[in-house]
Design a protein around this ligand. Sequence first.
Ligand code: DI6
Ligand code: FE
Length: 415
Amino acid sequence: MNEIDLLITNANLATMDLALSSDATTESSTEHNDYAVINNAHLAISDGKIVGLYTDSSALPKSKTTIDAKGGWITPGLIDCHTHLVWGGNRAREFEWRLQGVSYQEISRKGGGIASTVKATREASDEQLKKDAATRLSRLMEEGVTTVEIKSGYGLSLEQEMRMLSIARQLGEEHAVTIKTTLLAAHAMPPEFDDSDAYIEEICQTIIPQTVQAGLADAVDVFCEGIGFSVEQCRKVFEVAKAHQLPVKGHVEQLSDLKGALLVAQYDGLSVDHIEYLQASDVETLKQSDTVAVLLPGAFYALKEQQLPPIDELRKQAVAMAVSTDLNPGTSPQASLRLAMNQACIYFGLTPAESLAGVTRNAAKALGLGESKGQIKVGYDADLVLWDVDHPCELSYGVNLSRPVNIFKQGITLK
Ligand code: DI6
Ligand code: FE
């Protein structure tokens, strides 16, 4: 091998590579197998990719730069696969109402909720929107997040949805992070419309085609809910997305069981998100369509929900479970994926290893990036984090106890 760009020596790797988890190179304990550990390893990186994994230090390639991990733990860069991080204004007032016992749905029906953020987002200048979004993005990145999905959905017109997506794209160009954009025009009713079928027509005839033409959307999402859109309306949106070769996903079964997950599965969707009200008997369908279950414990926490997603059944059917922040001003004002990992364990009963897989391998899969990100594997992107922990379990256990020592984005040392 020619001289490589970067060599990281003496690391313990939580590779999250399923192919390794029962392999002889990992320690035999199940605990280690869950993280697909390689102890005392050396990582070779060139052109932003992982090009070699070694346990024999006598056979290392020559490198321009070498970093000694001193026995520290390295994981794949964290991936936040569900955020609404571009928004205007704030909803702290609504938080006070909710604490007084007014429900999220009630606030939404009275013109608060998503509608109030739509108003504030439309009124904000491009500069202000981008500045606030960049601050939130940096909060995630400080924690070791190297890939973020960002949805539109607070614009609700062609021009405003495109503005949100274009700001999301710009964030990806200006910061050392991979951004995947998702068009969520079917999030709520815009004030200009009183007929939801007419707005769905606008999404199908105008918003999706023009957004696609401008190259602004990587996927299409819907809010399939009593206070959102019906299954039949979401189906129309998915038909048009499919005609434009865009993958789909859905906010489904968050507050009630409309069977939105089954619709997403019919379109071989990337993910079903929230799913607290998903019936265990519907889980098999997700397995068949290879759709990721995205768990959003931050929204569950902030709304003080009681209904738990069918974790046992998802586990039994080996449906990939991702964990994400759902960062948004209403139901999950939480710019911490590490906190979401902890909440996924505490509230949903995930194991710390499942939680880590949820923000690495499975989050990558939820974004259609399963072949390039979310695992430490030769040929994969060198998005990596070196942590100040004694075991990867600590990443889910503590809140603001451990931090990244180094963050590498496509082989570039950010920290
Ligand atoms: N579900 C959510 O949790 C967010 N959107 C959605 O469809 C909430 C968005 C908000 O309240 O602003
Ligand atoms: Fe959401």
